[in-house]
Design a binder for this molecule. Structure first.
Ligand SMILES: C[S@@+](CC[C@H](N)C(=O)[O-])C[C@H]1O[C@@H](n2cnc3c(N)ncnc32)[C@H](O)[C@@H]1O
Length: 247
């Protein structure tokens, strides 16, 4: 009997050691990955983002910091810093780095804002926003993607990002109003609930359209009306859910 107990204890000890080893190996991989990819990331910022006119220092710093390769599928890690969107599964994409920077700069964040993002996808854009803003709420309609993004964001210790699974068309009334809203899937019209959840003076950036889409920058005026400006032709995946019912 004593021998059996000894064997059980030994097996438990060995598995505990393995778990610790696996954990630190995973941690090490993250760190090694960052060392390997840091140069690519700096090159991406210089050649794809600064060269195209993005000047906001906070945005450039965030783009230099967030390890984009950890937000793409393993087989695409080597291509994570190319000048293009990439597939992330479920027919969805992580946006092109320049578009991430352009949309972030358009929100003119300074650091103490509460931001809402619609379309978490990989979680990369949420991480870039969270490097600058105080709190980021991000809604994803595909549960698998939302959960996966939440996991990587937690591994990377982003405590100021709150991922919600659901249809972002109606925003998050419980957390409203927001200083800034970013929509990363294209509805055919501007969702009114999101406009309603924007603070006076707040900014929202949203791709609108079907085959032809424009990035629209909205600013909420002191009287509650909105000012709209088309800032860039773009190509985003469509916003699904209620946005499509309301066509
Ligand atoms: C272009 S991807 C977003 C890229 C993402 N911001 C990133 O950094 O990877 C658009 C995402 O919006 C999601 N989406 C589409 N319609 C949505 C809706 N009504 N509510 C919330 N998310 C939605 C899609 O599932 C997809 O993950």
């Amino acid at each position: 009997m004593k021998r059996i107990i000894k064997i059980i204890l030994l097996v438990m000890f060995v598995s505990a050691c393995r778990a610790v080893e696996d954990g630190s190996r995973q941690q090490q991989n993250l760190i090694v990955d960052q060392d390997v990819f840091v140069q690519k990331r700096h090159k991406m910022v210089k050649e794809q983002i600064e060269r195209r006119g993005i000047r906001d220092k906070l945005v450039l710093e965030a783009m230099r910091k967030v390890p984009r390769h950890l937000f793409v599928p393993d087989y695409l890690k080597d291509q994570a810093y190319i000048d293009s969107p990439l597939p992330i599964g479920n027919n969805q994409t992580i946006s092109q780095p320049y578009i991430v920077a352009f949309m972030t700069e358009a929100l003119k964040l300074k650091g103490d804002e509460k931001v809402l993002e619609i379309g978490t996808g990989s979680g990369y854009q949420a991480a870039v926003l969270a490097e600058i803003a105080k709190n980021v709420y991000s809604i994803e309609i595909i549960p698998f993607l939302g959960k996966q993004a939440d996991e990587i964001l937690k591994t990377l210790q982003y405590k100021n990002i709150h991922v919600e699974i659901g249809d972002g068309y109606r925003g998050l009334p419980d957390q409203a109003p927001f200083d800034a809203i970013m929509v990363t899937a294209a509805p055919e019209h501007i969702p009114q609930p999101l406009v309603d959840q924007l603070k006076i003076g707040g900014r929202m950036i949203v791709p609108v359209g079907d085959l032809y889409q424009e990035l629209i920058l909205i600013t909420k005026q002191p009287d509650g009306s909105i000012k709209k400006k088309s800032v860039l032709p773009v190509r985003f995946v469509p916003m699904t859910g209620e946005a499509q019912d309301k066509k």
